[in-house]
Design a protein around this ligand. Structure first.
Ligand code: SAJ
Length: 404
């Protein structure tokens, strides 16, 4: 690859766009492709459609300097990066149709010496499947192009830093593909680049998030036991973690987001008999949200019995984790919905300090909700909530450790 090589990035979302920004910042010509014409227009204007610190400045400069342009259809390039979503079909089975559609769209453009990389989180064997798809249509390219899998590992909110500094796992369909992909990433990434095969790299991404899910499930299971045993789970975990080889994570109101609550199913759906712990962890973390909703119901009924009137209830937090505005797969949102479904003319205050307006929920300022509530339900440990000191007359349900 010479200095004037061109990279085509298929999928300009949460990972594809920052990746385009990183490459363009390093004076690589990038042609970004997205099926959504609004996304394409926004980027070509030098704007961004996703919120990520520092991204807008880099994109605007890259477009102005001519290193980045976007289109709805791919054009010829030397490197093709597939960074599209892999959502779910029914029964938690991964849907790789975006990956195959993206691959099909670039197959006619491939030429000898090109590098094709999948970054999308994918079930094991996807890179091999795509390899077959490519060679079925272009048999003359067998042994002439390079194919690899390299999962992204960045944390939303810190993408522009982590993209450069995190280690990467890179697995080719053969050794020369791995080397070629490593050479490519080396130009932009300061973290270590670890070489393996494509199946291991695919599994590695799924295992990273499953491992976290399993560990959180353990903490959530402890919280259920401690609730029955009348033990403060936060204190318990802090004490157990004093052991040099114990590191228990924190319980919460469930596990959300578009990665940890999702990726384990990619393993479970293909290997159901073998992935007992991984599958059970998903169940426990989902059950924890249901359990929290039940707890709110019980507290409400107890209040009514005791006081002979309906309580005002503040539901504190909607996001899937602290200090963000992202509600995707949010257990807090699920709990709020469930509680509201069973409501019986009580007054509910829904609080999310990171969102001012929502199309379904009426958002209340956290100070107002706190003031008016008889029952305070803490679902997400947002920074704002740590300053609150509940009154004697208020009932507190703390599912996220605000009052450890
Ligand atoms: N959570 C707990 N207890 C904990 C830690 C987290 O209940 O002790 C909950 C959070 O509240 C949240 C969920 O887990 O609902 C997931 O939050 P997170 O911050 O752990 O993870 P994500 O989904 O924002 O990002 C993860 C990261 N993966 C790992 O840490 C292994 C990130 O590095 C990945 O890039 C990202 O998934 C991804 O795209 O796969």
């Amino acid at each position: 690859m010479n200095n004037t090589f061109k990279v085509s990035i298929i999928g300009l979302g949460y990972i594809g766009l920052p990746m385009a920004a990183l490459l363009a910042k390093n004076h690589t010509y990038v042609s970004g492709v997205d099926i959504n014409p609004n996304v394409v227009d926004t980027i070509n204007r030098g704007d961004v459609h996703i919120v990520e610190p520092d991204l807008d400045v880099v994109i605007s400069k890259a477009v102005k300097e001519g290193y980045l342009s976007a289109a709805t259809i791919p054009t010829e390039a030397d490197v093709f990066l597939i960074v599209v979503p892999t959502p779910f079909k029914e029964k938690n089975e991964p849907d790789i149709s975006f990956v195959s559609n993206a691959t099909n769209s670039i197959i006619p453009l491939l030429k000898k010496g090109d590098l094709y990389i999948i970054e999308s989180t994918s079930p094991i064997g996807t890179t091999e499947l795509m390899t077959n798809l490519i060679f079925e249509q272009r048999p003359e390219l067998k042994g002439e192009i390079f194919i690899a899998y390299c999962p992204e590992r960045v944390l939303p909110g810190n993408v522009m830093y982590e993209l450069v500094h995190n280690d990467r796992v890179i697995g080719g369909i053969d050794e020369k593909s791995t080397k070629k992909a490593v050479d490519f990433y080396r130009k932009y990434i300061k973290g270590d680049l670890h070489e393996t095969n494509s199946r291991t790299a695919e599994m590695c991404k799924l295992v990273e998030n499953s491992s976290r899910d399993v560990q959180i499930a353990f903490a959530n299971e402890l919280s259920l036991i401690c609730d029955k045993a009348d033990i403060n789970v936060w204190e318990l975990i802090e004490l157990a973690n004093k052991h040099p080889r114990v590191n228990i994570l924190q319980p919460g109101c469930g596990v959300g987001g578009h990665c940890i609550a999702v990726d384990p199913y990619f393993i479970v759906s293909d290997y159901p008999m073998e992935s007992q712990i991984i599958g059970k962890a998903r169940e426990i973390n989902n059950y924890k949200s249901f359990w929290c909703a039940e707890k709110v119901q019980n507290a409400r009924l107890e209040y009514e019995l005791k006081h002979g009137k309906k309580p005002n209830i503040a539901l504190m937090g909607l996001a899937f984790k602290p200090n963000i505005d992202d509600l995707r797969e949010s257990p807090a949102k699920y709990i709020v919905q469930k509680v509201l479904q069973n409501s019986n003319n009580e007054i509910y205050y829904i609080v999310e300090p990171n969102i001012s307006d929502h199309n379904v929920f009426k958002i209340t300022d956290y100070r107002v909700a706190f003031e008016k509530a008889d029952i305070l339900v803490f679902l997400v440990a947002h920074d704002e909530f740590f300053g609150i000191s509940p009154r004697e007359d208020q009932i507190v349900l703390d599912f996220c450790g605000v009052f450890k």
